[in-house]
Design a protein around this ligand. Sequence first.
Ligand SMILES: Nc1ncnc2c1ncn2[C@@H]1O[C@H](COP(=O)(O)OP(=O)(O)OP(=O)(O)O)[C@@H](O)[C@H]1O
Ligand SMILES: [Mg+2]
Length: 376
Amino acid sequence: MSRGDDLQSQALTKPAFSETQASALVESVFGLKVSKIQPLPSYDDQNFHVCVSRTKDTTDGPTEYVLKISNTESSKTPELIEVQSHIIMFLRDAGFPTASVCRTKGDNLTSLVSIDSGSEIASYLVRLLTYLPGRPIAEIPISPQLLYEIGRLAGKLDKTLEKFHHPKLSCLRRENFIWNLKNVPLLEKYLYALGQSRNREIVTQVIQLFKGEVLTKLGDFRECVNHGDLNDHNILVEAIKSAPEGATYHVSGILDFGDMSYGYYVFEVAITIMYMMIESKSPLHVGGHVLAGFESVIPLTPVERGALFLLVCGRFCQSLVIAAHSCQLHPENKEYLMITAKTGWKHLQQMFDMGQEAVEEIWFQTARSYDSGIAM
Ligand SMILES: Nc1ncnc2c1ncn2[C@@H]1O[C@H](COP(=O)(O)OP(=O)(O)OP(=O)(O)O)[C@@H](O)[C@H]1O
Ligand SMILES: [Mg+2]
């Protein structure tokens, strides 16, 4: 996802290009001949899966791409998109399965396209990325081994990003960005969307605990740039062909760098745990496997570990409260938004009812079992 930094100040317009208009863009901006184009799911932007035919100038290039057209708000922060594109390329060079970013005919990474809608002229930033193989991890049952791999990948990602330098990197200090995990207290202004309910009581309590026990310790956490959205649709996996019974997967794609911002190591692991819990049949056990993978690269300090429970609860709150707010704004999306929310609320309630100590016991014991070589 990629949204502006404050939900309320945002009157973003999601692009609504037709397939014909999108094909014409690929040809005019990137010089590629489209043979097939299909819309892809998107939140605030518009994404298309594009197949191109080879010409004499493109005999060995890829033939499948994703055309990303940013919404009007994100299109006003080209430096943020530029840094994201450089990070995607940097990670690919470092061996991560991220897309390649294609250059325009004018040798740029993005192009600003203006459309006259009759009443006004709207401008949209356009990018073309290579299409990555695999399917979203949301579509497969996730094994403990894969959870460990994903935790490890999250750790390696944060570690590798420390070597990335760019003159505009400071634009990733997105102070009031609603999805930055330190901004859980900003959810207070959206609580109206929950009505008077047990869910609202839980969120209110999480926010209070978060203010007292997490915000006061931020200075003790180690800072880094976070991907910030390693959710089950932003990680693609492919079956390992040689694996017995074909049930083993490896990560074939990391997508969606639109929520990157400065945070902390422990934020990345908390965000990953929360999203991996959503579809799990054994949600309380997810955390230990992801944590063990992450800590195989970056062992957490006791203070960071001690904040993990409230950080995972905090991420559930961000996701659920913002979804409830979006439902009020766009009731037409309600059915879709509510499917994930139903499971999410159930997991948050269960974690909250069990309490920090009991949940940590499960997580830390599972993580410890990797040290002894007998993973649970
Ligand atoms: N490079 C890619 N290779 C393969 N599939 C992709 C690629 N980029 C996007 N997709 C597919 O499109 C979906 C949406 O893309 P992405 O995650 O980048 O955007 P989003 O967060 O859903 O939406 P928005 O761009 O509106 O914020 C992905 O979940 C994936 O299924
Ligand atoms: Mg996404």
